[in-house]
Design a protein around this ligand. Structure first.
Ligand code: PLP
Length: 375
């Protein structure tokens, strides 16, 4: 059995920036302000600066980051929120937690992001049935690339819907040089350790441009706090960020732009060397992906994965079963005509090792294993 190369290598990144991170963490321990300490405010300012627009509110994780704006807008019972099914559970789970109903929308076959045509059809269908009130769209920036916001935003606006960018995998991505917040009302981020910008524990953030929304979300984040600490203006949650995570993220943010370029170089190498053998990822014109995943499509996926594993190359499947086919989500509406593109993709996608510190030798091994597969 050959040694497995890493799928992602957080220790290689740690070795690269260890000194500044250790110093940042020790400073937090010495100062003793463990929750919402000074580094948290510093991080929020830097996150907005890096995105190039808006204000950032940190929170406990990327799931809360989506829930918080939904709660701030008062979205709840009887409301419809349009969301892709080809995503991580959190994107739709928060809709149910808010008391509303997800309506599942199909994806584009090349980018795996929300299909504007399917969204328009789903909105029309919900309106025609009259049981739910359309309120918001959660577009997911899957695998690191922005959804097609220039096409999605006019549809959301036409129907008076809020637009959320679930940017959990794609903070730092751009379209025409701009963050998806340029089109969305809220951009939500996860700093789960394996995401492109990862903390050393759970952490998240939500960015917005509107000051009133920011203030309401800030209240929601800490139990619905009102003008003073033990006065409550609304029902909220506890989603404060640990200061240690903010300090770690501040150190990592300094090298993040460079890391996106390091990931891009791995993607470029894969693209040029795998393009003849498998369906490689398509990034829309003018977009910069953060390459949270490098996801290809193959016919015989089980055979392919077994062959790669034999060659010491790990793979992963994001996502093997679309959300609308899981029991807890099965009773919610889907776009008219169902989700054929989603279901086809779920049976064919497979993600290859991808991280900024990937050595050329590891890339060579992945390429040899992929091109050497005879399915
Ligand atoms: C990871 C992820 C989330 C949730 O983030 P957590 O920090 O794990 O709560 C939400 N949406 C998508 C698309 C994700 O990949």
């Amino acid at each position: 059995m050959t040694d497995m190369i890493p799928f992602i290598d957080l220790q290689a990144q740690r070795a690269r920036i260890k000194d500044r991170m250790d110093a940042a963490v020790m400073k937090v321990l010495d100062e003793g302000r463990y929750i919402l300490g000074p580094e948290v405010g510093e991080l929020e300012a830097k996150l907005a600066e890096f995105a190039g627009m808006g204000r950032a509110l940190s929170c406990a994780n990327g799931t809360d980051a989506i829930l918080i704006p939904l709660m701030a807008w008062g979205i709840g019972r009887g409301d419809a929120v349009f969301v892709p099914s080809f995503t991580f559970a959190a994107s739709a789970e928060v809709v149910v937690l808010a008391g509303a109903s997800p309506v599942f929308v199909d994806i584009d076959p090349d980018t795996y992001n929300m299909s504007p045509e399917s969204l328009a059809a789903a909105i029309a269908d919900v309106k025609a049935k009259g049981e739910l009130t359309p309120k918001a769209v959660i577009a997911v920036d899957l695998f690191g690339q922005p959804a097609d916001y220039p096409a999605l935003e006019p549809i959301a606006r036409e129907h008076g819907l809020k637009l959320v960018s679930d940017c959990a995998q794609a903070y730092g991505s751009t379209l025409g040089g701009k963050a998806s917040l340029n089109w969305a009302d809220a951009l939500t981020v996860s700093f789960y350790p394996a995401k492109p910008l990862g903390a050393y524990g759970d952490a998240g953030a939500v960015l917005c441009k509107d000051d009133a929304l920011f203030d309401t979300m800030k209240s929601v984040r800490v139990h619905g706090e009102g003008a003073s600490r033990y006065e409550y203006a609304r029902i909220g949650i506890n989603s404060r960020l640990d200061t240690i995570q903010a300090a770690i993220l501040l150190a990592k943010l300094e090298v993040f732009a460079e890391e996106i370029q390091m990931r891009q170089r791995v993607a470029d190498a894969y693209n040029s060397r795998l393009g003849n053998a498998v369906k490689t990822p398509k990034v829309i014109d003018g977009a910069q992906s953060t390459w949270a995943q490098y996801t290809i499509e193959v016919d015989d996926r089980d055979g392919f994965r077994a062959h790669l594993a034999e060659q010491g190359v790990p793979t992963a499947i994001y996502y093997p079963i679309p959300l609308h086919l899981h029991a807890p989500y099965a009773s919610y509406p889907v776009a008219p005509g169902g989700l054929p593109v989603t279901e086809a993709a779920a049976g064919r996608v497979v993600s290859l090792p991808m991280h900024p510190d990937m050595p050329g030798g590891d890339i060579d091994r992945v390429v040899a294993a992929v091109t050497g597969f005879r399915g």
